[in-house]
Design a protein around this ligand. Sequence first.
Ligand code: SF4
Ligand code: SF4
Length: 82
Amino acid sequence: MEFGANFILQRKESHDRTGKGEISVPPIIDPEKCTGCGSCVDDCPSEVLTLKGDKVNVINPDECMDCGVCIDACSFDAITIS
Ligand code: SF4
Ligand code: SF4
């Protein structure tokens, strides 16, 4: 899967319910599945995620570009974006 600028823009527009391009859709972390491996934190281009103990927290939800990189980075199927 490609994560170029057009792809990210398409993903963002697909979730832009207001038509203003301002909607971000931060990821949802399933704490039961998250092992704290940190892959999503390392790969996120916008520093949306951080490790707190052995779980991931969403610290900058407004910075999420809805690119899906974190979903692909997670081998434990712990991340979803609605
Ligand atoms: S969707 Fe992209 S920008 Fe948002 S948290 Fe995941 S990797 Fe970061
Ligand atoms: S990649 Fe998945 S298992 Fe690893 S820290 Fe992120 S959410 Fe948790």
